[in-house]
Design a protein around this ligand. Structure first.
Ligand code: ATP
Ligand code: MG
Length: 414
């Protein structure tokens, strides 16, 4: 679980603001959700026989002996909230949220126990047009962030009908090689054989590679949906690869699944992953509602932004006020408030804790401010302030106190 320090949080904010902007440009609205949910919300939504539910959840009993879990992902809570608040009754919803997620994982670069996700979900849309929109939105986001080295993989998991037939084939195949399966896979063979395909165990790789693939078993409905998506992506010039082995680690998906992957971050290359989960609302107690969404890892997104040479988001102040001598501090407070009043958004730091002229100027320099406003005895006697550029060789100028805000504004706009 990481501390995100001021040196990094500026870039986080810059990236997050762009993500918000792009998501909202498509008409999605923000929803804010609790971090704790009843454990059963995740167990039922994600599936009992998944890595997350079996080994990764932070669950505990509260004082009322109720089992609660710190959310490991956003979709289950979003669906729960939609049901609780009646958001899906004769309505369609396009929603997004962002925040911390918790999974007891083996920490490594790009994989943490508290991490952050943007979640974008659409409920009530059944056609492939929304699938395409959610993917096209990502492509626009990469462009806005200046990200390269991302590729899109898509697959279809079929309809429940063809999935049942495929499931039977998988069971047949894996039962034939049961003596080569690891412990997890043997357990999954009974309860959820599709999960075996998502195994991270390298020893299982060959067996999985030789397993039958879903895409060869899909029915006409699933084919039409998948073709619809592909033709919309083609028309929008969004390149993709069909990866028949792409399954995703959660149980609730059907039809479309996709992942945006990069080779720029080492082994944790999945930046955004999503898919359709038409059965989930009903499974959690709501009325049957088609739905699709994706989740984007913010740590990986920020990492990729940096790897692609994105400009850092700085949290420097604009103006640092140096106040030395009798009455300077009170005047400094007034000048700072006046600047904040006159120039909305301006960041003004007033030197606190005293110090010599020299040491205050040093702090001004370190603050990253573009200008120091100097209130010394001479300046105050003349009812003036010194305005000293800190990032250029330009000369200091003296400005009448009542003209300070106007001059600062003009210089900063310059
Ligand atoms: P993986 O197979 O790598 O474990 P996953 O299927 O568990 O991924 P999702 O649940 O689909 O991942 O999460 C969506 C995105 O959230 C991932 O693509 C990734 O960017 C990010 N993410 C998931 N788990 C972590 C983590 N532990 N630390 C940082 N980011 C994560
Ligand atoms: Mg995982």
């Amino acid at each position: 679980m990481n501390d995100i320090l001021p040196e990094e949080s500026g870039t986080w904010r810059l990236v997050e603001e762009i993500v918000r902007d792009v998501i909202e440009a498509y008409g999605y609205r923000e929803i804010r959700l609790p971090i704790l949910e009843r454990t059963e919300v995740f167990a039922r939504a994600i599936g009992e026989v998944t890595d997350i539910v079996e080994k990764e959840m932070y669950s505990f009993k509260d004082r009322n002996d109720e089992s609660l879990t710190m959310r490991p992902e956003g979709t289950a809570g979003m669906v729960r909230a939609g049901i609780t608040n009646g958001l899906f009754h004769n309505q369609r919803q396009k929603l997004w949220t962002v925040g911390p997620m918790f999974r007891y994982e083996k920490p490594q670069k790009g994989r943490y126990r508290q991490f952050h996700q943007f979640d974008v979900e659409a409920m009530g849309y059944e056609g492939p047009d929304i699938d395409a929109e959610l993917i096209i939105l990502c492509a626009r986001l990469w462009e806005r962030l200046g990200l390269g080295r991302l590729s899109l993989e898509i697959n279809t998991l079929g309809t429940p009908d063809c999935r049942a037939k495929y499931r039977a084939e998988l069971v047949h195949y894996f039962s034939g090689v049961k003596n080569q399966l690891d412990e997890d896979s043997i357990r999954r063979l009974e309860k959820n054989p599709l999960r075996i395909l998502d195994s991270k165990n390298p020893d299982m790789r060959e067996l999985i590679a030789a397993a039958p693939v879903m895409i060869e078993h899909i029915d006409a409905e699933a084919t039409a949906h998948f073709d619809g998506l592909k033709s919309l992506l083609d028309a929008a010039d969004v390149p993709y690869t069909v990866n028949p082995r792409l399954v995703r680690g959660l149980d609730y998906y059907n039809l479309t699944v996709f992942e945006w992957i990069t080779d720029a971050l080492g082994s944790q290359g999945a930046v955004c992953a999503g898919g359709r989960y038409d059965g989930l609302v009903e499974k959690l107690g709501g009325r049957a509602t088609p739905a699709i969404g994706w989740a984007m890892g913010v740590e990986r997104l920020v990492g990729l932004y940096e790897a692609c040479g994105g400009i850092p988001g700085l949290q420097d102040v604009d103006i640092y006020i140096v106040a030395v001598g009798d009455g300077a501090l009170a005047l400094g407070f007034a000048a700072a408030e006046n600047l904040r009043d006159q120039i909305p958004g301006l960041k003004v730091e007033l030197n606190l804790g005293g110090g010599s002229f020299k040491s205050q100027l040093k702090r001004a320099d370190k603050s990253g401010a573009a200008y120091a406003v100097i209130l010394g005895e001479d300046e105050i006697a003349r009812n003036e302030a010194g305005l000293k550029p800190l990032r250029s060789a330009a000369e200091q100028e003296n400005v009448a106190l009542d003209a300070l805000a106007g001059t600062v504004k003009a210089r900063l706009e310059h």
